[in-house]
Write a protein that binds this ligand. Structure first.
Ligand code: ADP
Length: 628
C-alpha cells in the first residue's frame, strides 16, 4: 500500500470526518472532473482528426446499485495513465491545497467544502471505499486505484475496454445521525445533478424507473414500470442561458466552483451579444485580490471558448492590464477552434469583443461607484492600485477610461473622494487640485507644508501609494484643473498684499538667507522665507519638476539611476528660530552654519528622506544641549 502525501492525508481526514451538511456536492466535483476529461479529449480530436471522435460520442453515466451500496460515475474522456493516477489522486491538486491552507482551522471546514469544492477527495465524505478504473486515451493498459481512506492507496493493472474513467463509490452505512442512503436513491441523484451540474455540456445519463399504461388497458389503465436511460441535465452552459432564467445564487455558485474562489463575487456581468460579433461573456469582479495579484506570478486572463469548446484557459488579450483582476469567460462562435496564441493577438473579432468588454467593465464599476459606494470602496481597496497603475501606464493614454474610477483620501472630507467630487466643491478662484504625498494619511496630516492650505480651508488629496504622484503627473489635469503638489514652488494662494509683504521680507533678510544657502554648501538650491508655514519652523519644498516624493520612489527601484529633486529649504519667519538666526548673522558664521545644517536635517526627517550623516546630526544636538 502506498502512502498519501502529508497534505493530501490531512485533507482526506477532513473529508472522512466531515460534519458538513451538503455532502451532496461530491457529485458535482466528480462530474466536473469527468467533464474536464472529456473536454481535453474533445479538444484534441478537433485538432487532429485521427481520433474519429465526435462531440456526441461523449457522455457521463451514473449507475446505482442499492444492494452493493455503490454509486458509479463513468466517462469516456482522456482517462489517466498509471502515473497520472499516482500523481493526480495521491497528491492533492493545487486548487484544493489552496483552499486547505486558507482554512486550516476547524471552523472553516464548512466554508472550504461548501463554497470552494475540494475535488476528487470529497468522494470520501460519503464513501468508505473509492475505486478508480482508468485507461488513458491511446494506451492499451488500464489501471485501478483504490483507497479505503487515509491509510493509503493501491494501484494495480485492471481490465477496461475503452478509454475513460470509472469511479465507484462504496457508500457509507447510514447511522442514527447521518443518512447516506439518499445517495443510492435515483431521484435524489437526479435532483443533485440538476441542482449543481445542469450546465455541463455533455449528457449525464442514468437509468430511471418510469411507468406507463400497460398495452391494451385503455378503459381502466393499468401501469407498468420500465427502465429508461434518461439525460438528467439540460446541457446549456450557464453563460448561454437568459439572464432572466438565472438567479444571483446560480451565478455565484458557478463562479465559486469554476474559479475556485471561496468568496462570492461582488459584481457579475453577463452579456449575450449578437450582430457584428456574436458572443456570450460572463465576467466577475472578485471580492478579494488573490495573494499573488500584485506580483509577477499572477496570471491574468479570461477563459476563451469557441462555440462552447474551451480553447484557452487564460486569454490575456481580451481585457487591458488595468482590468486584469476580472475573472470569467468569453464564448464566441466567430473564433476558429484551431487558432493559435499568436494569431489570437491579431484577431479582429477578439479585439472587437475585447473593446466591448472593456466598456462593460468600466460601466459596471462606474455604476457600483455611483450606487453602492461602500462596495466600491472595498473593491478599490483590493484593486485600486491596479487602476492607478493603469492611469500611469502608456503615458496616460487611458486617462479617459480610468480617471473617474480612482479615489484618494481627502483632507477635508476625511474619506476617499473622486476627482469629480473634489472639483465640484473647489472654492471660487481656486486654480489647482492640491495634493500631498507621504507614506500614510497620518504622516501627511502632520507635514508642515499642509499648514497653509489647512489654514485656508483648502481641500487636499493625500497620495499614499508610490504610483500616485506619477499617475497625476501624466494626467496633468482633470477637467482643466491642474494638479499641484503642496510642496512645490508657488501654490497660487497668496493675496497681493501677502505677496508684497513676502517680497519685502525677502529683501530685508537677503544677507541672512544667502549666508544660510551658502552654509548648506550645494545641498539646497535656495533657502527662502516660507509662505506656507504657520507654526512649524522649517520644511522642504521642491524647486524642480521632480518632487522629493518621486525622488524617493525612483531611488528605491532596483537598477534605477539615482535622481535628486532640487531642494529648497523654507523657513518660517514668524518662528522664534528665525529670530535666533537673525541674531547670529553676520557675527557668528560658524554657529549659523551649524544651525543651517540642523534645520536642513530636520526638514529631511520630516519629509521622510534618509539623512546623510546621522552621527554628525546627533553630535550637533548634543553640543547644543551642553552649550553654556
Ligand atoms: P482538480 O479537479 O481541482 O484538479 P481533483 O482532485 O478533483 O482536482 O482532481 C485531480 C486531478 O485528477 C484532475 O486535475 C485530473 O487531472 C485528474 N482527474 C480527476 N478525475 C478525472 C477523470 N474523470 N478523468 C481524467 N482525469 C481525472
Amino acid at each position: 500500500m502506498k502512502q498519501f502525501q502529508a497534505e493530501s492525508k490531512r485533507l482526506l481526514d477532513l473529508m472522512i470526518h466531515s460534519i458538513y451538511t451538503h455532502r451532496e456536492i461530491f457529485l458535482r466535483e466528480l462530474i466536473s472532473n469527468a467533464s474536464d476529461a472529456m473536454d481535453k479529449l474533445y479538444y484534441r480530436s478537433l485538432q487532429d482528426n485521427e481520433t474519429g471522435l465526435n462531440r456526441d460520442d461523449f457522455k457521463i453515466t451514473i449507475d446505482l446499485d442499492k444492494d452493493a451500496r455503490t454509486l458509479t460515475i463513468s466517462d469516456n474522456g482522456c482517462g489517466m495513465t498509471q502515473d497520472d493516477l499516482e500523481n493526480n489522486l495521491g497528491v492533492i491538486a493545487q486548487s484544493g491545497s489552496l483552499a486547505f491552507k486558507q482554512g486550516q482551522e476547524q471552523n472553516d471546514e464548512i466554508d472550504i467544502i461548501g463554497q470552494f469544492g475540494v475535488g476528487f477527495y470529497s468522494a470520501f465524505m460519503v464513501s468508505d471505499c473509492v475505486t478508480v478504473q482508468s485507461r488513458a486515451y491511446g494506451s492499451d493498459e488500464a489501471y485501478e486505484w483504490q483507497s479505503h481512506g487515509a491509510e493509503g492507496y493501491t494501484i494495480e493493472p485492471c481490465q477496461r475496454d475503452t478509454h475513460g474513467t470509472t469511479i465507484t463509490l462504496h457508500i457509507k452505512e447510514s447511522t442514527d445521525d447521518d443518512n447516506y442512503d439518499e445517495f443510492l436513491n435515483d431521484y435524489r441523484i437526479q435532483d443533485i445533478v440538476k441542482k449543481y451540474s445542469d450546465y455541463i455540456r455533455y449528457p449525464i445519463q442514468m437509468d430511471l424507473e418510469k411507468s406507463r399504461p400497460k398495452e391494451g388497458s385503455h378503459d381502466k389503465p393499468e401501469f407498468e414500470t420500465y427502465i429508461e436511460k434518461t439525460t438528467l441535465n439540460s446541457m446549456v452552459p450557464i453563460w448561454r442561458k437568459n439572464r432572466s432564467e438565472l438567479t444571483q445564487d446560480d451565478y455565484h455558485q458557478f463562479y465559486q466552483e469554476k474559479f475556485h474562489d471561496y468568496q462570492a463575487p461582488v459584481r457579475v456581468i453577463h452579456s449575450n451579444t449578437e450582430g457584428s460579433s456574436t458572443y456570450h461573456a460572463l465576467l466577475f469582479v472578485p471580492a478579494k485580490a488573490p495573494a499573488d495579484y500584485y506580483t509577477r506570478e499572477y496570471e491574468p486572463g479570461l477563459q476563451l471558448y469557441a462555440s462552447g469548446v474551451l480553447i484557452m484557459e487564460k486569454c490575456k488579450d481580451l481585457l487591458p492590464d488595468y482590468f486584469s483582476f476580472m475573472r470569467g469567460l468569453v464564448d464566441s462562435q466567430d473564433l476558429s477552434l484551431n487558432i493559435s496564441r499568436e494569431m489570437l493577438q491579431h484577431d479582429r473579432q477578439l479585439k472587437l469583443i475585447g473593446s466591448r468588454l472593456e466598456k462593460k467593465v468600466k460601466s459596471e464599476l462606474s455604476s457600483m461607484l455611483e450606487h453602492d459606494r461602500e462596495a466600491y470602496e472595498k473593491f478599490f481597496g483590493e484593486f485600486g492600485l491596479q487602476l492607478k497603475f493603469g492611469l500611469y501606464s502608456d503615458f496616460g493614454m487611458h486617462k479617459e477610461t480610468l480617471q473617474d474610477l480612482v479615489l484618494f483620501y481627502s483632507s477635508t472630507e476625511k474619506k476617499l473622494v473622486t476627482f469629480s467630487e473634489y472639483v465640484g466643491r473647489m472654492k471660487e478662484g481656486q486654480e489647482y487640485i492640491y495634493y500631498a504625498c507621504g507614506d500614510s494619511v497620518e504622516r501627511i496630516e502632520s507635514l508642515p507644508q499642509t499648514e497653509l492650505l489647512r489654514d485656508k480651508g483648502m481641500e487636499m488629496l493625500y497620495l499614499t501609494d508610490d504610483v500616485d504622484e506619477f499617475a497625476l503627473r501624466v494626467m496633468m489635469e482633470y477637467q482643466e484643473k491642474k494638479f499641484k503638489n503642496i510642496s512645490s514652488g508657488d501654490l497660487g494662494l497668496e493675496t497681493d498684499e501677502e505677496k508684497k509683504h513676502a517680497q519685502q521680507s525677502a529683501e530685508e533678510n537677503k544677507g541672512l538667507l544667502d549666508a544660510l544657502t551658502e552654509a548648506l554648501d550645494g545641498k539646497v538650491k535656495e533657502v527662502r522665507l516660507s509662505q506656507r508655514l504657520k507654526s512649524h519652523p522649517v520644511c522642504l519644498s521642491s524647486g524642480s519638476d521632480l518632487s522629493i516624493e518621486m525622488e524617493k520612489v525612483l531611488n528605491a527601484m532596483p537598477n534605477n539611476e539615482k535622481v535628486q529633486a532640487q531642494r529648497v529649504l523654507e523657513i518660517n519667519e514668524n518662528h522664534p528660530v528665525f529670530t535666533a538666526l537673525q541674531k547670529l548673522h553676520p557675527d557668528h558664521p560658524d554657529q549659523l552654519k551649524t544651525y543651517a545644517s540642523l534645520l536642513y536635517t530636520q526638514a529631511l526627517l520630516i519629509e521622510g528622506v534618509a539623512i546623510e550623516d546621522p552621527v554628525a546630526f546627533s553630535n550637533q544636538i548634543c553640543e547644543l544641549m551642553t552649550r553654556e
